[in-house]
Design a protein around this ligand. Structure first.
Ligand SMILES: Nc1ncnc2c1ncn2[C@@H]1O[C@H](COP(=O)(O)OP(=O)(O)OP(=O)(O)O)[C@@H](O)[C@H]1O
Ligand SMILES: [Mg+2]
Length: 323
């Protein structure tokens, strides 16, 4: 249990800018023989925007799923403001962590406003009977919820479309609606999984401003993105995941200047890379087993470069969970 002796729970975040909001330690997620996330430590402090980047399949979304209780990590712990989080999504949301999804998850046949109202359910105290009996308490709570939901739609620029069906929104606006819905749970930490995917440059720029505004509201942000300009403009710190392991973490300049990061994106092997020892062993074994000068006696094998193109991509079994 992380103990914070310098601040009390009653202290507002604004006066304690160094307070740790998220503290993930040694998070590991294995799927059978595949280790998608390996021993990842990450902290996010109050007032920070932290980026999480890495090539496709690096384990970024899996890490988010571990933070938010969608997956039970094989190893490791996640604390929010010092409290150990149970691996249950609704409890994580109730504790104060909200998220958006890489593949948008809206109620497409509900209106924009209704989608945001759904996001408020962890913050409304009115219970089942109150909703059924529809007494004065229920109406008061419902009005307050609607007012807050409209405020949030105003904030993301979707108020004029409050009564539209979610499915009729253009893609960029659906992403904004997901953000409004996440904010409706009044989080202290917002996790964004590729918030600008599919957006044009203007929408991306607007999303950047939106994330700054969210941070200014006192909500810490952890964001996954492939758009490097977006990440490096926005983030106070950036962590890089490669093959499930954290390769480096630092400010934008440090991360941009690290050759290993560039190599990871280009897919080039580099000394000390995660998985490098295994790769080196395999290469060494291959080199010993089949030196290029000794041609095999059997019929020639198909050219190795052709194999990946024919290999179906469903070799990645986990994508169905969040895609
Ligand atoms: N439920 C699951 N079962 C099995 N394997 C999984 C599961 N979820 C994820 N994986 C695997 O874990 C690895 C990491 O996937 P993940 O989606 O976390 O990567 P990512 O960094 O988010 O990639 P991208 O940038 O493409 O979104 C992949 O090899 C993926 O196939
Ligand atoms: Mg992902």
């Amino acid at each position: 249990m992380t103990t914070d002796t310098t601040t009390k729970d009653t202290a507002p975040d604004a006066t304690t800018p160094d307070r740790t909001v998220l503290d993930a330690r040694g998070v590991t997620m294995r799927f059978g023989g595949l280790t998608a996330v390996r021993g990842v430590d990450l902290t996010v402090r109050s007032g920070e925007i932290v980026g999480l980047i890495g090539p496709n399949g690096a384990g970024k979304t899996t890490f988010f799923n571990c933070l938010t209780g969608l997956y039970v990590p094989t190893e490791g712990e996640v604390r929010y403001k010092g409290t150990l989080l149970p691996p249950k999504s609704f409890k994580v949301t109730a504790a104060g962590i909200a998220r958006t999804f890489q593949n948008i998850r809206l109620f497409s046949n509900m209106t924009v406003l209704e989608n945001v109202l759904v996001g408020r359910h962890t913050r409304t105290k009115e219970g089942f009977w109150s909703a059924v009996l529809r007494g004065p308490g229920f109406h008061k709570a419902e009005n307050a919820s609607r007012a807050r939901a409209m405020e949030l739609l105003e904030f993301v620029g979707l108020a004029p479309k409050a009564e539209h069906l979610a499915r009729n929104l253009p893609y960029g606006e659906q992403r904004k609606l997901e953000i409004a819905r996440a904010l409706a749970s009044e989080p202290g930490l917002l996790l964004l999984d590729e918030p600008t995917a599919g957006m044009n440059p203007q929408e991306t720029r607007a999303t950047e401003e939106l994330v700054f505004a969210i941070r200014d509201m006192g909500i810490a942000v952890l964001v996954i993105e492939h758009d490097m300009r977006f990440i490096f403009n926005l983030c106070d710190r950036v962590a890089v995941l490669v093959q499930g392991e954290k390769l480096i973490e630092g400010d934008s300049a440090t991360v941009q200047g690290d050759d290993r990061v560039i190599a990871a994106y280009l897919g080039e092997p580099f000394e000390g890379a995660p998985g490098d020892e295994e790769a080196a062993e395999v290469h060494a074994a291959e080199a010993h087993a089949a030196p290029p000068a000794q041609a095999p006696t059997e019929a020639p094998a198909p050219a190795p470069t052709e194999a990946p193109a024919d290999t179906p991509t469903e070799a990645e079994p986990g994508k169905e969970n969040d895609r």
